[in-house]
Design a protein around this ligand. Structure first.
Ligand code: FEO
Length: 169
């Protein structure tokens, strides 16, 4: 059974939101590189890749459900940030926004009595818990660093150790 037209519109909007997230984190990655924090830059690049995978996960699901994918324009992300602390606070704010979008998408799936979509979206509901926690953890670490350059260098090295998680199945 194909997805309802309201759900198809909502899925297409969300594919766009995930691609925008990928673009935003790529912009943050280049900013971190510009302020000589290669570890944060690397971490953000992986974050960007994961958002691309999220978009593709929904895109593939929509195709599997005989829906029509519509690729919408991707908004230009911010280019400049005040500091790496600003980057991470904006990351948390953005993830909280995405959580809200996922919740709204889930509500449309529930209104459409589309159980397969609700099951698929459960993965994203759980992922958002992780995404917000991870951003909060990095902010807490930055708060402890409190601007000391030696501690920031060590934290940057830790951020460089992030490895990509396998692409969404
Ligand atoms: Fe795709 Fe960071 O949520």
């Amino acid at each position: 059974m194909a997805v309802s037209s309201s759900l198809q519109v909502a899925f297409n909007r969300h594919i766009n939101a995930e691609f925008y997230s990928s673009y935003l984190y790529l912009s943050m990655s280049t900013y971190c590189d510009s302020i000589d924090l290669p570890g944060f830059s690397h971490w953000m690049r992986i974050q960007s890749q994961e958002e691309y995978d999220h978009a593709m996960r929904i895109l593939t699901y929509l195709e599997d459900r005989d829906g029509r994918v519509t690729l919408l324009p991707i908004e230009q992300p911010a280019i400049e940030f005040d500091s790496v602390e600003d980057v991470m606070r904006q990351t948390l704010g953005h993830e909280q926004h995405v959580t809200q979008l996922i919740n709204e998408l889930y509500a449309v799936a529930a209104e459409s009595a589309d159980f397969a979509s609700q099951v698929m979206l459960q993965w994203f509901v759980n992922e958002q818990v992780e995404e917000e926690k991870t951003a909060r953890d990095v902010i807490a670490a930055l708060d402890k660093v409190a601007g000391r350059s030696d501690a920031l260098l060590l934290l940057d090295r830790e951020m460089a150790a992030r490895v990509p998680t396998p692409a969404a199945a």
